[in-house]
Design a protein around this ligand. Structure first.
Ligand SMILES: C[S@@+](CC[C@H](N)C(=O)[O-])C[C@H]1O[C@@H](n2cnc3c(N)ncnc32)[C@H](O)[C@@H]1O
Length: 260
């Protein structure tokens, strides 16, 4: 497949603006206020399953709650680390844990990078939104929906040619079990891409603990910030008055070990 990352990101941007139109009409602050994020979401001390009501509300305004910029950074990393690293490798079945409305996964499906996707999320409304997008794209027959907690998907072991878990695990007290589940689902030698937000109010994940946990199951290929830190540094160096926004979104990407 002939492929240019800048072109792909333009196409993903169009996809995002089409299927998440609220991103143009509501700010992130308004969206976080609408769902009372500071109390009911990131600031909540409730056990993971009791966040479903909050997550269902977020689903309705997901495009404003999240921002296009970080989604594009996520997609860029994903393409670099997996889908354009070796264009000859095929990934028929993708499983995604904490998929939300499935923007990464459904775009990859629509572009032929994968043939089937299994979307796992505990929020019914997030999954409904993903289904609406899949139907609009004529791809619903290639989407499997699992409305369960990410650490207990009940899917068969080694069923996935690639596993994603993007910007979701920091919500869970059981994040180590998410990584273990990701490894259980990944075929030996196949890749998994796992990311989280280190400075999120609910996060219990320290970057060094994340790395240690990942190494139990995966031969690590790369890890670090989702953002291109070097590009940010260059911008700040060449234009000291530029506004450079840094986020604490981190990722790890590795191939599943044969035995663990
Ligand atoms: C910030 S969204 C990220 C969605 C998507 N991966 C993305 O990057 O666009 C986090 C998602 O994790 C899901 N989630 C949080 N805790 C979960 C759990 N214990 N089990 C399954 N899903 C969970 C939420 O419902 C939400 O859809």
């Amino acid at each position: 497949m002939l492929f240019s990352i800048p072109q792909a990101l333009e196409e993903y941007k169009e996809f995002w603006l089409k299927f998440f139109p609220e991103s143009a009409s509501m700010t992130k602050q308004e969206a976080h206020g609408r769902v009372n994020d500071a109390i009911s979401g990131s600031g909540s001390k409730l056990p993971d399953p009791q966040l479903v009501g909050y997550q269902d509300q977020v689903a309705e305004i997901y495009g404003a709650y999240e921002q296009l910029g970080p989604q594009l950074e996520g997609m860029k990393r994903l393409l670099e680390e997996i889908f354009v690293r070796d264009v000859e490798v095929k990934y028929p079945n993708l499983v995604s844990l904490g998929c939300g409305p499935g923007s990464y996964e459904l775009w990859l499906l629509s572009k032929g990078f994968i043939e089937q996707v299994t979307l796992v999320d505990q929020s019914p409304a997030m999954l409904e939104r993903a289904c609406t997008i899949a139907e609009a794209l004529g791809l619903a027959a290639r989407v499997v929906i699992v409305n369960l907690e990410a650490q207990n998907t009940r899917l068969p072991s080694k069923c996935a040619d690639v596993v994603l878990c993007i910007n979701a695990m920091h919500w869970s007290r059981k994040w180590q079990e998410w990584i273990r589940e990701a490894a259980r689902l990944t075929k030996p030698g196949a890749p998994a891409f796992i990311s989280f937000t280190a400075d999120h109010a609910r996060s219990k994940i320290q970057p060094q603990n994340f790395a240690r946990e990942m190494r139990q199951y995966f031969q690590m290929q790369s890890a670090g910030f989702m953002q291109d830190v070097e590009a940010l540094r260059q911008t700040a160096t060449h234009n000291p008055t530029a506004f450079v926004a840094v986020s604490m979104r981190m990722f790890g990407c590795g191939k599943r070990l044969r035995h663990f």
